[in-house]
Design a protein around this ligand. Structure first.
Ligand code: CTP
Ligand code: MG
Length: 227
């Protein structure tokens, strides 16, 4: 049941346009980074957090970990150019066997019960991810023209966390490095080594804070949780 988690937090937040790492923005008076870390700090099944950070944020992040008494961060690693590089830097420091989760620092609304279901599935199958069925009609578009309507029932929007047996994720990352392949999530690297990945249904509110309007949704989610 226990797991370790890699949290990539070394982005620039360019699309948020806040002039600093979006993870330092506050929701209810607490930085996004801490909202996310607290979920794992408070999860008894979480054995340790490996945080990938940008050198420019090092002092600020250290101060926050201290202020909010986040004690499970056992390793701070430097981030890389791409999200994938940041995660690989973190993955290389993980020693023991077991289950590793990867969770974006920019998704503060993940809930413990989902983490539990995901981890249980990954323990059985070796690889599991969280996602939600697509709600909108989806079309393939090229040069502003519709190419086709894609069968929606088979489409899911994928989130994090994603959970893997450590050896499987390491193999997937090694192969991606060899092939100079950059994927948009960890599962895509595992899919490339032909390992089957299980899907666990998650929550629509596990949003990633990406652009400024996401902050409005975030405030609404927090308000709803309080009431
Ligand atoms: N991330 C990272 N290292 C990178 C790029 C991203 O650790 N080189 C992290 C981000 O900090 C974030 C997560 O990966 O927690 C998801 O990335 P994204 O939402 O794209 O965040 P940013 O890259 O910061 O935003 P943007 O792409 O708008 O610059
Ligand atoms: Mg990015």
């Amino acid at each position: 049941m226990s797991y370790q988690v890699i949290i990539p937090a070394a982005g620039q937040g360019k699309r948020m346009g806040a002039g600093k790492n979006k993870l330092l923005l506050e929701l209810n008076g607490m930085p996004v980074l801490i909202h996310t870390l607290k979920v794992f700090e408070d999860d008894e099944n979480c054995d340790g957090i490996i945080l990938a950070i940008h050198p420019q944020d090092e002092d600020a992040f250290h101060a926050l970990l201290k202020k909010y008494r986040i004690e499970k961060v056992k390793n701070l690693v430097p981030g890389g150019k791409e999200r994938q590089d940041s995660i690989y830097n973190a993955l290389k420091t993980v020693e023991s066997e077991g289950i590793i989760l990867v969770h974006d620092a920019a998704r503060p609304f993940i809930q413990k019960n989902r983490i539990r279901r995901l981890t249980e599935t990954a323990e059985k199958t070796g690889a599991a991810i969280i996602g939600v069925p697509a709600k909108d009609t989806m079309k393939k578009v090229r040069d502003n023209a519709v190419v086709e309507t894609v069968e929606r029932s088979s489409l899911w929007a994928v989130q994090t966390p994603q959970a893997f047996r450590i050896s499987i994720l390491l193999n997937a990352y090694k192969k991606a490095e060899e092939d100079h392949f950059i994927g948009t999530d960890d599962s895509s690297l595992v899919e490339r080594i032909s390992y089957p990945v299980s899907m666990v249904e998650g929550d629509y509110e596990n949003i990633k804070l990406t652009t400024p309007e996401d902050l409005f949704f975030a405030e609404a989610i927090l308000k709803n949780r309080e009431s």
